[in-house]
Design a protein around this ligand. Sequence first.
Ligand code: UDX
Length: 457
Amino acid sequence: MEKIAILGTGYVGLVTGAGLADFGNHVTCVDLDESKIETLRSGKIPFYEFSLGEVVERNVREKRLSFTSDLQKAIKGARTILIAVGTPPGKGGEADLSQVFGAARTIAEQMTSYKLVVQKSTVPVGTGEKVHKLIAEVLKKRGKNTPFDVASNPEFLREGSAVEDFMRPDRVVIGTWSKKAEQILSEIYRPLYLSETPMIKTNVQTAELIKYASNAFLATKISFINEMANICEAVGGNVRTVARGMGLDGRIGPKFLHAGPGYGGSCFPKDTLALADFSKKIGVPSKIVGATIDVNKRQRLKMQEKVESLVGNLKGKEIAVLGLSFKPQTDDVRDSVAIEMIKGMQRKGATIRAFDPIAMETAAKEVRNVEFSEDAYAAAKGADALVIATEWNEFRQLDMNKIKKLLRSPKVVDCRNIYDPEKMRAAGFQYLSVGRAMNEGFSGSSEAKKPARKKKK
Ligand code: UDX
C-alpha cells in the first residue's frame, strides 16, 4: 500500500485517484480550489463521468480516498506525488506548463523526506528533465540534500469510459530514471499484473513521447479517414465501406476509422498542437501531425457548409442541433464541433435550438442565445434543418416520420453517419452525411456537387 498525493482534482486527477485507491493504495486528492474540495467531500463529482461516483464513494467509505486543500500536509503524508494539473494550450499551441512547474516547485519547497514525483498531465518531451532540474535547484537553495525521483506515467483515459480504461488498460507506461522509482510505480499498479496488463518500463522521455505519439496517431487515423470521406463524396463512394475494407487488414485495425465532423475534446486538439509545436522547436517538425491538424480544421468547417448547401443562406433560418458534447457519454463541450457549428451558424444569422441528454448545462456557458429544448422532437419543431452533431444512442432510433412532420422542411445533416442514406432519402428527406454518396450496389448518385461542365464555345 503506497501513500499517494494527487495534485489536481480535474478529470485525470480524480479518475486516477479513485482508481489507485481502488487498487488498495492510500490516496489524498489535493486541489487549491476549496469549493471543489467541499463539493467532493459532500460526495458530489464536479463533472459527469460514468461510474466514477460509485468508485469514489466506495473508496471514501473504506478510508482509502480523501480530499484536501492543505497541500503542505498532503505532501508530508505521501511518498509518491502525482502531478495531474491542467496543461492548457498557450497562444502558439504550446502546452502551458506553469501549473506543472508551480506544483513541482511547491513540492521541492516543502519536502522533508524522499519523494517520487510522477508526471500524469500530458507534457512535452523534456518536461520531466526540467521538473527534475527545478526540484534540485530549489532543494539546493534550501540547503537540503533530500533524495527524490521524477517519473512519467501518462494516462490513456477516454472520457465516458475513463473508469473502465483505468481498471482495464491496454497498457501501463512507466517512465523512470531509477530502479527505486520503477519499483514503487510497479507496486502501485500491482493489481494489474494479475490481469496480465502489459507494462512498458522505459525512461521518462520515452514515456512522455508514447503519450503524444499515441494521441497524434489516433488523431491522424481520424483525419485520414475524413480525407477519404471527402474523396468518397467526390467520386461516389461510401467511406464506411472503405473503412471496413481497410480495417479488416489486421495491420490497420477497424478502430478510429469513423469519418465524421473531425475530432474534438480536451485531448486530441491540444496534444496534436503541442506535438506540432515542440517538434518544430527542437528542429524535427512533424509534417504528418501538421497535416492532421489542417485536415481536422477543414473538416469541422465542412459541416456548416453541408447545412448551407441544404438550406441556402443561413440568415433568418432556424436550425435544430442534436448533441452538444464533443462525443457521447460526457458533458464535456471542450472543442466540441457542435459548439463551433452553433457559433458559426449564429454568425451567419441562424437561430439555434439544441438538445443534448447531458451537456446542455455545460454548453450554456459556451454559447449565447440558444434555445435548449426538452428533447430531440421539441428541437426539430419548425426548424429549417436538423443537424446530428453528436452520436448519442438516443439519436440513433428517432421516429423519423415524426421528425419529418415536425421540421419545416425535411432536411437532415448527419455529421456522425448514424442513419442510412438510402432509407432517409426514401423517407423523403434531403439528407447529407459524411463520405457516403451512395449505398452499396447503387451507383451514379453523389452528395458532392458535380463539377460544372465547361461550356462549349
Ligand atoms: C482521447 C484518447 O482516446 C485517450 O486515450 C486520451 O487519453 C485522451 O484523448 P477522448 O478525448 O476522451 O480520449 O475521446 P475519444 O473517444 O478518443 O474521441 C476523441 C475525438 O475523436 C472525439 O471528438 C470523437 O468524436 C472523435 N473520433 C473518434 C472520430 O471522429 N472518429 C473516430 O473513429 C473516433
